[in-house]
Design a protein around this ligand. Structure first.
Ligand code: ADP
Length: 161
């Protein structure tokens, strides 16, 4: 069984992430969206909340599972018997860091491949931090994140003001 792991912070999940999830679900028997608990930027949502928001956004994708992990991604990959790390690329600015990560992961285990999927152009400017910034200033985020999680984002931002 071909298993791909799509890791990230997903704070919160965006339509850019959803696009990568939908497209990779067609390429693998199973895709595990892996929410990183040890996320360096101070997250808005807890790992449990981030996981739940993704779960709620997945519809009709029976081969996609959402989980969270702590520690080294490669250890997690092994624990799930996965063979592939899935990454999304937005712009050239993502490339250098992702390239470095991919080479480090290859050093850790050459049997595990990293594949990069180009973002759809309409989401190429989209990041979770941009969503939080716009929403916190009262801007409209419709069409940029799954519709049913929009109220959660505004509600959460109010609690930290
Ligand atoms: P962010 O930079 O938005 O906080 P994450 O750490 O949650 O992103 O990203 C997880 C993965 O999703 C990374 O591989 C990242 O490149 C990819 N990704 C993030 N936003 C998009 C997007 N708009 N289009 C395609 N891929 C994306």
């Amino acid at each position: 069984m071909k298993i791909g792991v799509y890791p990230g912070s997903f704070d919160p999940v965006t339509e850019g992430h959803m696009d990568i999830i939908k497209r990779s679900a067609k390429m693998f028997d199973k895709v595990i969206v892996a929410v990183a608990k040890n996320y360096s930027k101070k997250p808005l949502f807890t790992a449990e909340e981030r996981t739940e928001l993704i779960q709620r956004s997945l519809q009709d994708m029976p081969n996609v599972e959402v989980d969270s992990f702590e520690g080294l991604l490669m250890d997690y990959i092994h624990s799930k018997n996965a063979q592939v790390i899935i990454k999304g690329l937005r712009a050239i600015s993502d490339f250098e860091y992702e390239f470095q990560m991919a080479l480090m992961n290859r050093k850790l285990d050459p049997k595990v491949e990293t594949i990069f999927m180009m973002t759809s152009y309409k989401y190429s400017f989209l990041s979770s931090s941009m969503i939080k910034e716009v929403a916190s200033l009262g801007g409209c985020i419709a069409g940029l994140v799954p519709e049913n999680i929009i109220p959660d984002i505004y509600r959460k931002l109010k609690t930290i003001r």
